[in-house]
Design a binder for this molecule. Sequence first.
Ligand code: SF4
Length: 331
Amino acid sequence: MTANASERLLQHYVDNFRRLPWRSAPGTPPPPAYRVWLSEIMLQQTTVAAVTPRFERFVTRWPTVEALAEAKDEDVLSEWAGLGYYARARNLIACARKVARRGGFPETAADLRSLPGIGDYTSAAIAAIAFGEDAAAVDTNVERVVARLHAIDRPTRAQIEQLVRDMLRSGRAGDLAQALMDLGATICRPKNPLCASCPIAADCAAFASGIPERFPLPKPKRVRPLRHGVAYWIEQRDCVWLVRRPAKGLLGGMAALPGSEWQDGPLPVRPAVRHIFTHFALELGIERRSSAIGDGWWQPLDTLEDAGLPTLYRKAVAAFLTDRSSRRRAA
Ligand code: SF4
């Protein structure tokens, strides 16, 4: 079954592959490892549609890993603003510098795995796509496709990796990785898989069962604790006071509104914004203050878009300004 499925899937990929700025067409030389690496880091928890324009801007500004290694931390973090998960951006900088020092990316998944921010999936994806290593790149899309192909309720990562390795065809590791990713993203979707358009439907045990969506079983939902905080709006002469968050910790090194610590108990300020982080949800109130707090800078209100604020603070700024203009209209 697996051999047939591989052949059909690879042919479908050749006929239908998604043209993305970090990819090469099947049968042409592989893309540079820098572009594969950067795209894979950007795509963790972020959609292809959101990543594509950001990727283009990034590689226009820093076309090589050496150029990125020489960039200032603040510039990279500002360019990352809005993509979320800022630990990824800090690891990106550390990884670029390490790669530049050693004179290029290592070419095996095992060596790539030793670089900052590169885990099992990313190392296998870079090794397979950029260097043609027979590595099994398993993300959630690939896990779902392979679990369905074999009708497995609760697959383990090792089990899926082995099944992907069984599907490998000599010299086609990169194509197979991207074919599985594309199939998971466009056809074998979590809900309403398009089995009628699927090149491996004839080999698929979940399809044969009549209830393909049932595989794999959903993982238990994570319950996030709720924290609370206050951001301070300090404004003078059409400028607002911004600070840089401490280098270590959540949103480390990013531009921010100054504010309180984030704590478990509610604060005596009406929440203006709710934001979901990986491990907790945050309700942030906004309070006006009159004088600057800590080290920071006056950012003109009409250039706030360029300040490199992460999504949490962009939402807070938008909530404050919307609230203020509706109050003014009502007055
Ligand atoms: S036949 Fe359906 S369930 Fe099976 S791999 Fe294709 S899209 Fe997924």
